[in-house]
Design a binder for this molecule. Structure first.
Ligand SMILES: NC(=O)C1=CN([C@@H]2O[C@H](COP(=O)(O)OP(=O)(O)OC[C@H]3O[C@@H](n4cnc5c(N)ncnc54)[C@H](OP(=O)(O)O)[C@@H]3O)[C@@H](O)[C@H]2O)[C@@H](O)CC1
Ligand SMILES: Nc1ncnc2c1ncn2[C@@H]1O[C@H](COP(=O)(O)OP(=O)(O)OP(=O)(O)O)[C@@H](O)[C@H]1O
Ligand SMILES: [Mg+2]
Length: 329
């Protein structure tokens, strides 16, 4: 099931080299097809028998004075990918701003209150997954409250996606997430380096991203790690899968928020579907591969329309069509 990460011996003779690569490409294509099918398997059917909330209630923990866009992007992306309800738990002054972007979001201005942990804890029984970090900032009080929220969420066995400043917190205190099997970390280049320095003593081998993401996942006790980049590499400490869905060369801010928000939802779907639907592959690997493909496809579609002026808002508007193209049967 591992994608495109087998060691390929490269003989000097041109002909053999060409053949090796075409075999390699054939494996890649087959693995891609497998993963598309596995994601399709975890997507819940749209039926008239369900009630509001059943297809996903996702909480985003983030949003402060400086950053209001990131939690909005994450929460909207979860909704547009098919969640029924999206909640944002943010600092007081961010709340009216986030609410003003959209009437779709339920916004709780609790993150900087003295009883923030209690306030969020009240909602945890209703949440299927939590996305921690988009637009959180690095204020000590907020980070302290987020620590409490992480502990309470782990105690309830809730799937947790950790992104952006949530990863900053984990780099300060890796024990917070060490060994938690329902965690997914989504570092960009910089965030990956910080985590690596915090948990692995030797220098990162930049020539072997595959080995690095595997090692980081193992060092964190097999939490799932998504290393974002030109290709996204995803590891659960046992295998590495690669997502190379075609995107574009446009790198506007906020694309990672689209990924983490949609991943919160897909993590819930995948865990609910279970190993039977994922043919024994880790459900969180399948969810991560699905969310990476979706993000890149949105980027691709938006770029076709808007080119250099593509923004994350344009990408979010593509989620419906991108999702149908990739995953609807
Ligand atoms: N609209 C909003 O509200 C948005 C808010 N956001 C929120 O901002 C907060 C901080 O998040 P962050 O990602 O800016 O933080 P951080 O880890 O300090 O990285 C910054 C530095 O890392 C580097 N760098 C990054 N990628 C790299 C690469 N591939 N390869 C090489 N270098 C790379 C790059 O360094 P530079 O090139 O500038 O020297 C960059 O300056 C967080 O809460 C987040 O959610 C965003 O979500 C966007 C939309
Ligand atoms: N060089 C690249 N080529 C193609 N896709 C990329 C490239 N770099 C990142 N991506 C894609 O963009 C998405 C977001 O990754 P990125 O590294 O921009 O995250 P980020 O820095 O956390 O974003 P944000 O601005 O939301 O914080 C991922 O799905 C990733 O696959
Ligand atoms: Mg980010």
């Amino acid at each position: 099931m591992t994608m495109g990460l087998r060691c390929v011996a490269i003989p000097v003779c041109g002909r053999i080299l060409q053949r090796t690569f075409s075999l390699h490409t054939a494996h890649l294509r087959k693995d891609m097809e497998n993963f598309f099918q596995l994601v399709k398997n975890i997507v819940p059917a749209l039926t008239e028998k369900k009630h509001k909330g059943q297809d996903g209630r996702i909480g985003i923990v983030g949003g402060c004075q400086e950053y209001t866009g990131a939690p909005y992007f994450a929460a909207m992306s979860a909704l547009k990918a098919g969640a029924d309800l999206s909640y944002v738990f943010c600092a007081r002054e961010a709340a009216p701003v986030i609410k003003s972007y959209s009437p779709e979001l339920i916004v709780h201005p609790v993150l900087d209150s003295p009883n923030a942990v209690q306030e969020v804890k009240k909602w945890l029984p209703r949440l299927h997954a939590l996305v921690v970090g988009p637009g959180l900032g690095r204020d000590d009080l907020l980070l302290k409250n987020v620590k409490g929220i992480l502990e309470a969420s782990k105690a309830r066995d809730i799937p947790i996606v950790i992104d952006a400043d949530g990863l900053w917190l984990i780099a300060q205190e890796p024990a917070l997430i060490q060994g938690y099997q329902k965690a997914i970390l989504t570092p960009n280049h910089m965030e990956f380096s910080r985590l690596w320095e915090a948990v692995v003593s030797s220098p990162v081998d930049s020539s072997d991203d595959h080995a690095s993401v595997l090692r980081l996942s193992q060092a964190l006790g097999n939490v799932t790690v998504v290393q974002k980049g030109e290709h996204d590499l995803i590891s659960d400490g046992q295998q590495v899968v690669r997502c190379s869905q075609e995107g574009s060369s446009r790198r506007c801010g906020g694309q990672g928020d689209l990924l983490s928000g949609s991943l919160g939802l897909m993590a819930h779907w995948a865990l609910l579907a279970g190993l039977e639907k994922t043919n024994g592959t880790s459900p969180l690997l399948v969810a991560a591969w699905g969310a990476c493909s979706l993000t890149r496809q949105c980027n691709h579609q938006a770029f076709q329309k808007y080119g250099r002026s593509t923004t994350t808002t344009d990408m979010i508007a593509e989620i419906g069509a991108a999702f149908s193209k990739l995953f609807e049967t």
